[in-house]
Ligand binder design. Structure first.
Ligand SMILES: [Zn+2]
Length: 429
């Protein structure tokens, strides 16, 4: 599969803009190198789930790269990797980066693009000896993809992790977080030491692929993220009565699956009446019990994931879903139970940061729109503690979390240069 790591599109239009500029050749090389770590040649996907051998190998690779630039490299107790340009000599740092972990069978850009573009920006700033007002720090977070629930790396930095959670968290296969940490030589309790006080972090900026179709469809170069959607996940159970599918008249059934279908049909109305234009809800997992073609389903367990952009509309959606489930259950003689598996509040991006990105995008003559992010990102946690901003570049055909995930080199170059210009605007003297 060696030859297959080639880029699908060469550069058609060279990037013109003010100096200093990032080197797309070096950035491309870094994307290829990092993309080989944890790559499965059979399906072409990247397997770098949090705290796996491959994930840790990628972190060591990054530490080597940071040192090659002449920056200080370090890794905290949550496996977050940092690269510090401390020439400004300030106590606090401005953070730039993204995550290094991946979902199973991922592409090479999700998370990595933001880390590697930040690395390239810091390389350019260092080799041009650009004076900075404040220390600039690369951050490559751990477990952003939620293998153990939430976004552990960013949460650990923000001090939102408890010992209880470190002890109890498991992944979908039942592996204990603490065991996984020990297996790669990390002390679980050290995760608590990753916490950094607010006063030592002044802001966070991230470049990421959109992972959706909007920018690609509208032929935009750049998306300036104005907010990151909140998300709640429920496990819902509707309980009726299993019975013979031939002898039980339709009017005498307590069919739990029919209840789920009715609820599912009401989702569009509930979103329209209670959510914002960007509200979403998905039933992605359904288990019918007993699973038998000749038996009326006596119970159904299903997942419900809802997303929206303000705390009020999230709350309204949650209330409306509860009301609908209880009304349907009452009408159909069912019982309903639910538990909240997880909930992350929505976060608005910092207004000043948005305006800085916008000014620079105009300067570079890039076609951009402002848009919300339907996917979760580290900025959701960082944004509660410091001003956070996010830049998107288009994902070809909107594909992500797949080996087919890709963005054109032109857009990668534009995004990385916009990241550099925004950093210089915020930190340049
Ligand atoms: Zn990501």
């Amino acid at each position: 599969m060696e030859g297959e790591m080639e880029f699908k599109r060469g550069i058609k239009k060279p990037f013109t803009g003010p100096e200093p500029k990032i080197s797309i050749v070096r950035l491309e090389q870094d994307i290829i190198e990092l993309g080989q770590i944890g790559r499965n040649s059979a399906d072409g996907g990247v397997y770098r789930q949090a705290f796996s051998e491959a994930d840790m190998q990628a972190r060591q690779w990054l530490i080597k790269k940071i040192k090659e630039i002449g920056l200080e490299a370090s890794m905290d107790g949550a496996a977050n990797v940092f690269g510090l340009d401390n020439r400004a000599g300030t106590k606090s740092s401005f953070l730039v980066g993204s995550h290094l972990d991946s979902v199973p069978c991922a592409g090479v850009l999700d998370g990595c693009l933001g880390v590697l573009a930040a690395l390239e920006c810091m390389r350019v700033i260092k080799e041009n000896d650009v004076p900075l007002k404040e220390n600039l720090e690369l951050v490559a977070t751990s477990d952003e993809e939620g293998r153990f629930g939430g976004m552990l790396g960013a949460e650990a930095i923000c001090g939102e992790i408890t010992l209880d959670r470190i002890r109890k968290a498991t992944d979908i296969s039942g592996n204990l977080l603490s065991k996984c940490l020990e297996q790669v030589g990390l002390e679980p309790i050290d995760m608590l030491k990753a916490q950094r006080h607010k006063q030592y972090m002044s802001g966070f900026l991230e470049l990421h692929i959109e992972q959706g179709p909007v920018l690609d469809k509208q032929e935009m170069d750049i998306g300036i993220v104005d907010g990151i959607s909140g998300i709640f996940q429920w496990k819902v159970r509707l309980i009726g009565e299993s019975n013979h599918s031939g002898t039980t008249p339709m009017s005498m059934r307590k069919d739990a699956f029919q209840g789920v279908c009715e609820f599912s049909g009401e989702i569009p109305r509930i979103l329209e009446e209670n959510g914002s234009d960007h509200a979403r809800a998905t039933i992605g997992q359904v288990e019918v019990k007993p699973p038998n073609p000749h038996t009326i389903p006596g119970a159904v367990e299903f997942s419900l994931v809802g997303r929206d952009f303000t705390e009020e509309s999230m709350q309204d959606l949650e209330d409306a879903f509860r009301r609908a489930l209880s009304a349907i259950s009452r009408r159909r003689g069912l019982m309903f139970e639910f538990e909240e598996v997880s909930r992350i509040s929505p976060t608005l991006c910092d207004k000043t940061m948005i305006s800085f990105i916008e000014e620079e995008a105009k300067q570079l003559d890039l076609k951009y729109i402002k848009l919300p992010s339907g996917a979760g990102h580290d900025g959701q946690f960082f944004g509660k503690y410091m001003p956070a901003g996010m830049i998107f570049i288009p994902s070809l055909n909107g594909v992500s979390h797949s080996p087919d995930e890709w963005s054109s080199l032109e857009h990668i170059e534009m995004g990385a240069n916009l990241l550099l210009r925004t950093l210089l605007k915020i930190l340049g003297k």
